[in-house]
Write a protein that binds this ligand. Structure first.
Ligand code: ZN
Length: 150
């Protein structure tokens, strides 16, 4: 089934929309936390910048280049987690990993991110979709900035 479409039309529309018109693109001059990474298999690159107010994500931007799935996933990440607490972000990260890596059904906490569910069937593309999330997982492990409440 070489010509089998990757996604059904609804999901493809969300992914195409975010890859063509990515949200929250750019870099911060003084992010509280930042991470960047590559997916060499596909040539995707993503940088993620966070601004924190105590344990709440009050700003979230990404910059990068690569395939539609990697960029759409990063764009969806910034949209879903803007305003979330670090604890909520960890929960969404876990739900993404469960859906894409462990083959679980999408959790309601994912919202529009469910659009990436079809990617789970394509291990090579899972690396694309998970790139921004792996960066976020790393960022969430970083110690709380000095001065902020732990
Ligand atoms: Zn890719």
């Amino acid at each position: 089934m070489a010509n089998e479409p990757l996604f059904d039309d609804l999901y493809r529309e969300v992914i195409l929309d975010h890859s063509r018109n990515p949200r929250n693109v750019g870099t911060m001059t003084a992010p509280d936390r930042t991470a960047e990474g590559l997916n060499p298999v596909c040539g995707d690159a993503v940088r993620l910048d966070l601004a924190l107010d105590s344990d709440q994500i009050c700003g979230l931007m990404f910059d990068g280049q690569g395939c539609a799935i990697s960029q759409a996933s990063a764009s969806l990440l910034t949209e879903r987690l803007h305003g979330a607490t670090l604890g909520e972000a960890r929960g969404v990260c876990q739900a993404m990993r469960a859906m894409l890596v462990e083959g679980a059904d999408p959790d309601a906490v994912l919202g529009d991110l469910e659009a990436l569910h079809g990617v789970a069937k394509f291990p090579v593309r899972v690396k694309c979709a998970m790139l921004a999330w792996k960066l976020l997982e790393g960022v969430l492990e970083q110690p709380t900035p000095s001065g902020a409440k732990a």
